[in-house]
Design a protein around this ligand. Structure first.
Ligand code: ATP
Ligand code: MN
Ligand code: MN
Length: 292
């Protein structure tokens, strides 16, 4: 779909000039316009998934940050509440079903969207694996790129596809589409074993455990995004960090030219979409196979 035909929404924005990223001059209105431009590409990663939401009602300079998995008072009705079938007595979780839902998140000052790796059509069988590369201090960006390529090689050797995105923070995420079949425990075990094998083969570069104090100089291969109820930032989500970065899906062939994990921002993504309208993750779900 072309970013030249943005979707429209019935959700009205109050205080559209409110600054969410004051240094960059990014307003609530600008955030809604950004999401309208990326909606056709982003929708499969945010629609009908349980969501954890990072809300900053007064923008990124404020200390008021709420990481929310449950409804709040006055929540816009386009943000749906849904019961977790494994936790029928617990608090409802949150989900959006369409573009109105996304604009409702903008209206609610949600500056980061963190979905589950499963949809609410199939809660117990994940449809993706996220390997989160977290470089310690003093790790060169080129080493993070090498780690992503190494993961790609290992995933493909298992017959799985691999896609890459910037985190918008410090690292890269390598994401594998799955045909829903394996359960959470199997998927997490697989992600763990992948991290362990990388670390066993190159312990001077990679760590597979979060607890080790020697993160400096190493890349931690965070496989823990893959348990039931765990989340990772969505493709195309903004980050509540300075520079207004986004988690940007990339083509593997362009990775070497990307200057860093926060290279893509609200400031430069619209131009990228105009000049390169092809979605590098366009065949993501077509590439899904079951984890055997
Ligand atoms: P970076 O590149 O800086 O590592 P990241 O998105 O990969 O960016 P991590 O710190 O590696 O960030 O991962 C944190 C993950 O933990 C997030 O993706 C989020 O889904 C989840 N999470 C759980 N609780 C929180 C919280 N309170 N605040 C933010 N994220 C949280
Ligand atoms: Mn990370
Ligand atoms: Mn992490």
């Amino acid at each position: 779909m072309s970013p030249r035909n943005p979707p429209t929404s019935d959700v009205s924005l109050t205080h559209p000039d409110r600054l969410y990223w004051p240094d960059e001059g990014v307003t609530k209105r600008a955030l809604a316009d950004y999401y309208a431009a990326v909606w056709p590409f982003m929708a499969p990663y945010v629609v009908n998934r349980p969501l954890a939401l990072l809300r900053l009602p007064d923008g990124i300079k404020s200390h008021q940050r709420f990481f929310q998995k449950h409804a709040w008072k006055g929540m816009n009705p386009h943000i749906e509440e849904i019961a977790d079938p494994q936790d029928a007595d617990g608090e409802n979780l949150l989900r959006i079903g369409d573009f109105n839902g996304l604009v409702a998140l903008v209206q609610s000052a949600v500056l980061e969207i963190h979905p589950w790796g499963a949809t609410t059509d199939d809660w117990e069988r994940p449809d993706m694996i996220t390997m989160d590369l977290d470089p310690g201090e003093d790790v060169a960006w080129s080493a993070v790129i090498s780690a992503a390529l190494e993961l790609k090689t290992r995933l493909e050797a298992r017959g799985l596809a691999a896609f890459v995105k910037t985190s918008g923070g410090k690292g890269l995420h390598v994401v594998t589409p799955l045909a829903p079949k394996a359960g959470w425990a199997e998927v997490k075990d697989f992600a763990h074993s992948l991290a362990e094998s990388m670390s066993a083969d190159a312990p001077e570069k990679y760590l597979a455990t979060a607890t080790k104090a020697k993160r400096g100089g190493h890349i931690y291969i965070d496989y823990l995004r893959n348990g039931r109820g765990n989340t990772a930032v969505a493709a195309y989500s903004t980050r509540a960090r300075s520079g207004a970065p986004v988690s940007m899906p990339l083509d593997w062939s362009e990775l070497n030219e990307v200057s860093g994990p926060a290279a893509f921002t609200l400031g430069n993504v619209p131009l990228r979409l105009e000049t390169q309208p092809r979605d590098p993750w366009g065949n993501f779900f077509d590439a899904a196979v079951p984890l055997e």
